[in-house]
Design a protein around this ligand. Structure first.
Ligand code: FDA
Length: 309
C-alpha cells in the first residue's frame, strides 16, 4: 500500500518542488546519485572502474514534455560520452537512456524524436567503442520502447534493452529477445502498475524473475541480471554453471549506493559486475522509486515532506 502511494507521488510536480530542497532528502540523494555535473559522473566512473567493476551512466530526467529539454538531454549524453572518451573510460562504461527523457511522450512525433535522439547517442557511443542501453519505464511505454530498440539495433546492434519481470508479458518478450548478440537487462520493475498487466505479489514477481532468467541464460543473447536480491543472484550464478556460460557472457548489475560490498565480492570472484550510476539534478523520480523499494527509508521522506509543510 505504502509502496503504491509513494510510487504514485513519484510523478507529482508539486511534491517534487517541495521535496527538492528538503535537507533530510539531501543525504539520500548523496547516497544514490553520483553528483550533478558531468565531472562528477566521470569521477565516480573512474573510481568504480578502478575496482574492476563496470558502469552504466544515467543522466537523470524523465517524462519530458518539452522539446528543448529533450534536446538538452541528448546533448548532455553526447558531452558525457566525449568526457568519458577523454578520460579513457569508454572500455569500462556505457550509458543508459530513458526514452521519455528524450521526447517519447511529446505529442505528435514524440516517438520519432526519441528514436532520432537515441540514435545520435548510439552513434557517439559506437564511435567511442561503447554501448547504450534503453531503460524501461511504465507499461504504457513498453511496446514503443521495444519498437525503438528494434529499429536502433538495425544500425547499432549492440544497443541493449530492459525487460521487467513483474509484467505478465515479459516471459514472451524474453523468448523473442534471447537471440544472438541481444543485450537484455532483466530487472523486477520499479513502477506502479495495475494488476491486469503486472504481478502485485512480491513472491510472484520473484518467481517470474527466475522463469525469465532461465529463458535468457539458456538463450543466445547477453543477459544482464539487474538485481540486489541475494537469492536471485545465487540462482543467476547457478544458471550460468548449468548453461555452461563463462563470466563475460553475461553480467550482474546493481545500483550505485546499494550493496556495494556484494558488487565488489562478485567482481573479485571474476564475475562481470556493472554499476548503474545516475547523475544530474533531476533526481526526484529516481529517488522516490529507490525509497519505495526499501520501506525502512520511508520515514525519511515522510519527515522531509512534513517539515516542509
Ligand atoms: P528487492 O527490491 O527485492 O531488493 C532485494 C534486496 O536488495 C533488499 O532486501 C535490500 O537488501 C536491497 N535493496 C534493494 N533496493 C534497495 C534500495 N532502494 N535501498 C536499499 N537497499 C535495497 N527498473 C525499471 O523498471 N526499469 C529499468 O530500466 C530499471 N533499470 C535498473 C537497472 C539496474 C542496474 C538495477 C539494479 C535495477 C533497475 N531497475 C529498473 C530497478 C528494478 O526494477 C528494481 O526496482 C530494483 O532493482 C529493486 O529490486 P531488486 O531486484 O533489487 O529486489
Amino acid at each position: 500500500m505504502l509502496r503504491e502511494a509513494l510510487l504514485s507521488v513519484s510523478r507529482s510536480e508539486r511534491l517534487k518542488a517541495v521535496a527538492s530542497d528538503a535537507p533530510p532528502l539531501r543525504a539520500m540523494v548523496d547516497r544514490f546519485v553520483a553528483g550533478e555535473r558531468t565531472e562528477d559522473a566521470v569521477r565516480a566512473t573512474g573510481e568504480i572502474v578502478a575496482t574492476g567493476r563496470f558502469v552504466t551512466l544515467d543522466h537523470l530526467g524523465e517524462d519530458t514534455l518539452d522539446l528543448e529539454r529533450a534536446t538538452a538531454t541528448r546533448d548532455a549524453y553526447v558531452s558525457l560520452l566525449d568526457a568519458l572518451g577523454e578520460a579513457g573510460l569508454t572500455a569500462g562504461a556505457e550509458v543508459s537512456v530513458k526514452l521519455s527523457a528524450v521526447g517519447q511522450a511529446l505529442p505528435g512525433d514524440g516517438e520519432k524524436i526519441a528514436r532520432d535522439y537515441a540514435a545520435a547517442i548510439c552513434e557517439k557511443a559506437t564511435a567511442l567503442g561503447t554501448t547504450v542501453t534503453l531503460d524501461m519505464e511504465d507499461h504504457t511505454t513498453t511496446d514503443s520502447t521495444l519498437g525503438v530498440l528494434r529499429e536502433l539495433r538495425q544500425d547499432f546492434p549492440a544497443t541493449g534493452g530492459v525487460l521487467q519481470a513483474y509484467l505478465r508479458r515479459t516471459e514472451a518478450d524474453c523468448r523473442d529477445l534471447a537471440t544472438e548478440g541481444s543485450r537484455i537487462r532483466l530487472c523486477k520493475g520499479a513502477y506502479s502498475e495495475p494488476e491486469s498487466v503486472a504481478y502485485a505479489d512480491r513472491a510472484e514477481v520473484d518467481r517470474a524473475y527466475v522463469r525469465c532468467m532461465k529463458i535468457l541464460m539458456q538463450g543466445e543473447g547477453y543477459p544482464m541480471l539487474a538485481t540486489h536480491d541475494p537469492r536471485l543472484v545465487d540462482i543467476g550464478g547457478a544458471l550460468a554453471v548449468r548453461n555452461d556460460r563463462q563470466p563475460g557472457s553475461y553480467e550482474f548489475q546493481m545500483l550505485f549506493g546499494i550493496r556495494a560490498d556484494e558488487q565488489q565480492r562478485l567482481a573479485d570472484m571474476g564475475e562481470t559486475v556493472r554499476v548503474y550510476v545516475p547523475y544530474g539534478d533531476e533526481w526526484y523520480g529516481y529517488l522516490v522509486r529507490r525509497l519505495a523499494e526499501k520501506p525502512t527509508n520511508l520515514s525519511l521522506l515522510a519527515r522531509a515532506l512534513v517539515s516542509k509543510g
